[in-house]
Design a protein around this ligand. Sequence first.
Ligand SMILES: [Ca+2]
Ligand SMILES: [Ca+2]
Ligand SMILES: [Ca+2]
Length: 406
Amino acid sequence: MAFILSSILYPMRPLKPFVIFAALIAALAITSCKKDKSASVSQQQPEECVVGRGANTGAIIPGQYIVSLKSSSTSITTRAMSTDRVAAIGKSILQAHAIRENALQKSFPGEHGGFVAHLSDEEAKALKSDESVDIVEPDRVIALGACFTVVEPRLVTWSVSRVGYGDGTGKTAWIIDSGIDFDHPDLNVDVTRSKSFLANNTSARDENGHGTHVAGIIGAKNNSFGILGVASGANLVSLRVLDASGDGVLSSIIQALAYVNANGKAGDVVNMSLGEDVTSATLDQQVKNTASKGIFIAIAAGNDSQPAINYSPGRANGPNIYTVSAIDSLDNFASFSNYGNDAVDIAAPGVKILSTYLNNRYAIMSGTSMATPHVAGLLLLKGNNINHSGTAQNDPDGTPDPIAHF
Ligand SMILES: [Ca+2]
Ligand SMILES: [Ca+2]
Ligand SMILES: [Ca+2]
């Protein structure tokens, strides 16, 4: 799996100091991962082998735009429309501006539905002025910087013990990530509703490991082996937006949220252990739109040691939306975690977290990516009645985040 580390964390472009720091740490992790092929517990894991954004995250995809439509427009209502119907509306809008029909690449239904199109700057500007159009913004790269250490499992991990746990049977978590390992014996994957939003791969199976790790924290089975998830036995739906290298595009995440809007129900939970290096009005709006249906959304605050309010979707605020910062096993605020209570709602364990991994294995990973599924599990069990137990120590914004608890 070394390609994940090398391809994402060693970019040719200038790095911010934090990214250089993360890359150095990851170099240590590669060594320990190689040593651990036999699934033995590493005694020398680096303290901060953090699953963060890859260096290209936020880069604009030239000539590709996300166009979302006004839901209250007098001419168009996308609510309850199929993907095909929204695509047809998109084509008619393109036509009205003398833009070729095949510029439309994909569409997403829902209250703030829309489409993705290949456009020139001038064409994008023209669509922005259309009275049916709400937002036009460039599509962007989403990339994951990942590192992991394969270890022996323990039934109840320190982190699940810290937040508490219960029976998640019959509850549904929609996991927008790199996919889930369908064959992992400790996971109850809802294969039927799983879906890939990648342009060139229709399988929702995980080829990266990140999504499988997230899935286990939420719902690993209550059986005689492996680990126990926060909401054990929950239905885990894989909505794949990141490929084997951890790369994806913003518009796939928006499509995945629209898919949850169409197929989910109140009480379900969406886990978003991913984010952008920038803000996206379209993504924030889709998150709020999904949450307004009574679907809970757990979102990673991000791993940049920066104010969380500067990143989408973590900055999206509103009922049923929980942006999650990370703590370690001593309740200390994780050095990498984004902060700021204008965005962050709650903290959860995110340093050295043990969970399921590809090919029947278990691994340790760190990041707000790992903190978020602890909260997602609690939301499945308790909804907005989620409790707190203690607060994050040394929270850099001066307002200690409450630590999530059953
Ligand atoms: Ca288990
Ligand atoms: Ca918030
Ligand atoms: Ca805080």
